[in-house]
Write a protein that binds this ligand. Sequence first.
Ligand SMILES: *[C@@H]1O[C@H](CO)[C@@H](O)[C@H](O)[C@H]1NC(C)=O
Ligand SMILES: *[C@@H]1O[C@H](CO)[C@@H](O)[C@H](O)[C@H]1NC(C)=O
Length: 321
Amino acid sequence: MKVTQIYLLLHLILTTSVLVDTLSVTGFMSNLWKRLSFQGSCDSLKFNAEGLRADLESKLFGQHIASPIIQKAVTGFMNDDNPKKPLVLSLHGPTGTGKNFVSKLIADNIYKKGMDSNRVHVFVSTYHFPHPSQIDIYKSQLQEWIKGNVTKCERSMFIFDEMDQMHPGLIDSIMVYLGYYHKLDGVSYRKVIFLFLSNAGSKVIIETALKFWKEGREREAIELKDVEKDITESVLNNNLSGFWHSRLIEKSMVDFFVPFLPLEYGHIIKCVMAEMKAKGLELNQDVAHSTANEFIYFPTFERVFSVKGCKSVENRMKFYI
Ligand SMILES: *[C@@H]1O[C@H](CO)[C@@H](O)[C@H](O)[C@H]1NC(C)=O
Ligand SMILES: *[C@@H]1O[C@H](CO)[C@@H](O)[C@H](O)[C@H]1NC(C)=O
């Protein structure tokens, strides 16, 4: 190789390495920046009381007890700049009646990014905390997460699904955040929303709904007081969830026990129609009826309530379009 060639080669190597270096440095910096700014800021709030009311009214079906309780509780809480305690709602009822859906409607109307907001945290007992042997790790992890996230963003929301399957030890570890404390270790939890979802109490709720149906009374005549006491009692008799409820009830940490009633044929029709509308499809009663007929209803003889509520309406509907 001639000297000039060596020189050129050297030059080439140097320039590229500098280029690569600058690129990786800028890449690194911008990544770092993204991470810092992402971790450092809370997603925007955009509480919309009217939106929540409208959503509950037009998108949640068959829940004349749950709907107004949730609307009033959430609105009152969000409009209070200095709440005395976190808002704690315990949602009860059979599968597919709208407990998860309501959580989404609440998030959609509080946070700009809805369920995708970094202020919303969902924990599913059997998924996040499956092994009883790991309970001590879960405990400290969960406490750290709640504390860390609330320190960062006061108006956060924690949703605990399958609460009736949660280990008593874990339940114990979150109790402390639900009370009337001004501050704990310098952190205030008073602006947090806790939602507990469970099937606990479903039996009583179903029995009540069926009793009204058999007596020919309107479903809308069922009142909170017709089920509230029975829910708490029936749940207390269950060993696992009993522990949870006795603790919650004893300290009156739960603001509302909210029952979700089993859904009837007419509600399934509404769910299908709503799904068509959401998908921008032409509304078609025949499709709605064909889909609703696919669902299984109970009790075996009367066939009043859908076994799975409105769950998987979307998938079943596809066969008829
Ligand atoms: C917030 O909660 C999530 C789990 O939802 C967790 O992964 C994260 O580490 C928590 N953040 C802080 C700052 O503790
Ligand atoms: C619930 O508790 C009772 C009495 O303490 C016990 O006999 C029963 O086996 C327990 N049931 C379960 C499912 O753990």
